[in-house]
Design a protein around this ligand. Structure first.
Ligand SMILES: NC(=O)c1ccc[n+]([C@@H]2O[C@H](COP(=O)([O-])OP(=O)(O)OC[C@H]3O[C@@H](n4cnc5c(N)ncnc54)[C@H](O)[C@@H]3O)[C@@H](O)[C@H]2O)c1
Ligand SMILES: O=c1ccn([C@@H]2O[C@H](COP(=O)(O)OP(=O)(O)O[C@H]3O[C@H](CO)[C@@H](O)[C@H](O)[C@H]3O)[C@@H](O)[C@H]2O)c(=O)[nH]1
Length: 467
């Protein structure tokens, strides 16, 4: 018989912990879900009308269950003591210093969360690794937890990586392609695995709940992200060939994607992938491969990230070259700052690299994004440690309230995020208020180039030759 889970605690109220556990509360009224975080402001926001993250459909779910079987608190100890299953959903950023800096995942938050559980638990717990971690991290967690268990307390450890994508998180959680649960293949491990299967089975068909051993589960998360990012780097590499030959990347992607072995998804050329996961997780895989003395494997995956950097730089060069090899004091309207549409998240957004490069070239950058705050944009563009960088930035960067305001007197528009509202803009109005020649660089292939050319724009699209 599987243990029945009645109380869940989630350590980490971020982009994953918040939506994931809110959906569990929404679908499992018989389970109490408490999401905890060390960050007071974040928890206060989860308890307010203005949630700390923007995600379509999230408000409805949180507002419906909050205070009933969904709770947000900074009282970590109490929540851990009461829970029978604990998700560890803390951040695992790339290490900035020390061994493996720039590649390895920083596991300090995972370890401290694990120690916290070991320190305060007074009864047996199922501990679930939700964060994305290097393969075999569960072993270190188990060692820490087992060193603190006794005849009255045992800890079972599971790996349950999250596959949601930002912007579609709620739909991804409500209708997942699969849920992956890895466990030790012992009697107790399998029992713990089944307990978590039963939680998801409240709404996920059982044939979509995959159970594997711990290490396959951990590695599958890194592998899935590496494979997805590899598709984008592949299509972006082809976009460079299209620009040089007259082939059209959307047509190439469509033609290739119609092969059922390839499939149509994740073949959209862009200014480069962003987000908190792809780069971090591939670098993590590169580091793991090197640690395993597999340098050829490491080099193979590293190329996916290198190509992504190349794509961003290639796009910047195209803009500068087209604007007569200088953008000094030219006004460039940047439409979109988030790393993709339908999120306010800017982590590793290609727009950051592009804006920094334009500022380096002394351009005046006017940025509009429907969901990213002014403070966040300045934070992303500032260079830590450089004195008065913010003061300088304010002379170069203007954040506007609309795409129209951003493009006033601009020399060029650069589309960096594929927000739907950019497709609906009145481009005649925009053209009329821009310097001439008026340039548009579509880094997301969302605009009708023909229509824009008829208005008078000079249009440059990623993956298409200049006309
Ligand atoms: N963002 C995504 O779309 C996504 C998707 C799948 C997996 N992941 C993975 O999930 C993990 C979390 O990502 P995220 O985007 O939610 O990160 P995040 O930074 O938004 O949230 C992590 C939260 O954990 C909190 N925290 C750290 N240590 C804690 C502790 N000991 N106790 C309580 N709270 C603590 C932090 O204050 C922070 O609010 C990462 O490993 C990430 O790779 C992220
Ligand atoms: O065809 C495509 C698809 C995506 N992107 C870009 O790739 C980045 C990542 O997009 P996406 O994968 O949709 O969003 P994430 O929220 O980063 O989700 C990825 O990373 C998560 C964190 O690990 C995983 O859980 C998800 O399964 C995985 O899709 C964004 O900049 C997109 O604009 C493209 O350029 N072309």
């Amino acid at each position: 018989m599987a243990t029945q889970v009645k109380k869940i605690c989630c350590l980490g109220a971020g982009y994953v912990g918040g939506p994931t556990c809110a959906v569990i509360a929404y679908k499992c009224h018989d389970i109490d879900v408490t999401i905890v975080d060390l960050n007071d402001a974040r928890i206060a926001a989860w308890n307010s009308d203005q949630l700390p993250i923007y995600e379509p459909g999230l408000d409805k779910i949180v507002f419906e269950r909050r205070g009933k079987n969904l709770f947000f608190t900074t009282e970590v100890e109490q929540a851990v003591i009461e829970a029978d299953l604990i998700f560890v959903s803390v951040n695992t950023p790339t290490k900035k210093s020390g061994l493996g800096a720039g590649f390895a995942a920083d596991l300090a938050y995972v370890e401290s969360a694990t120690r916290q559980i070991a320190d305060v638990a007074k009864s047996s717990k199922i501990v679930v690794e939700k964060s994305t971690v290097p393969c075999r991290t569960a072993e270190s967690m188990r060692t820490i937890l087992e060193a603190n268990s006794n005849e009255n307390i045992r800890f079972d450890i599971l790996s349950n990586p999250e596959f949601l994508a930002e912007g579609t998180a709620i739909n991804d959680l409500l209708n997942p392609d699969r849920v992956l649960i890895g466990g030790l293949q012992t009697e107790e491990g399998i029992r713990a695995q089944q307990a978590l299967v039963e939680v998801y089975a409240h709404w996920v068909p059982k044939d979509r709940i995959i159970t594997t051993n711990l290490w396959s589960s951990e590695l599958s998360k890194l592998a899935a992200n590496a494979l997805l990012a590899q598709r984008i780097s592949s299509i972006n590499a082809l976009s460079a060939i299209c620009e040089a030959t007259g082939a059209d990347i959307d047509e190439v992607a469509y033609a290739c994607g119609r092969d059922s072995r390839i499939g149509p998804k994740f073949l959209k050329a862009s200014v480069g992938f962003g987000g908190s996961c792809f780069q971090k997780d591939i670098l993590n895989l590169v580091y793991l491969s090197e640690q395993l003395n597999l340098p050829e494997v490491a080099a193979y995956w590293k190329q996916v990230v290198d190509l992504n950097e190349y794509q961003k730089k290639r796009f910047v060069s195209r803009v500068i070259k087209t604007l007569f090899n200088t953008i000094t004091n030219k006004k460039i309207a940047i439409l979109g700052f988030a790393f993709k549409k339908d999120t306010g998240d800017t982590r590793e957004s290609a727009a950051i690299t592009l804006c920094k490069d334009f500022i380096q070239e002394n351009a005046k950058v006017r940025i509009y994004d429907p969901k990213v705050s002014v403070e966040q944009i300045f934070l992303d563009l500032s260079e830590p440690g450089v004195v008065d960088n913010t003061k300088y930035l304010k002379t170069r960067v203007t954040i506007t309230k609309s795409a129209y305001e951003a493009s006033e007197d601009a020399d060029a528009i650069v589309i960096t995020t594929e927000w739907d509202e950019f497709k609906e803009l009145d481009f005649q109005k925009i053209y009329d208020q821009m310097h001439k020649p008026a340039f548009i660089f579509d880094g997301r292939l969302i605009l009708d180039a023909e229509k824009l050319r008829n208005i008078g724009f000079r249009v440059h699209t990623i993956g298409r030759a200049e006309i």
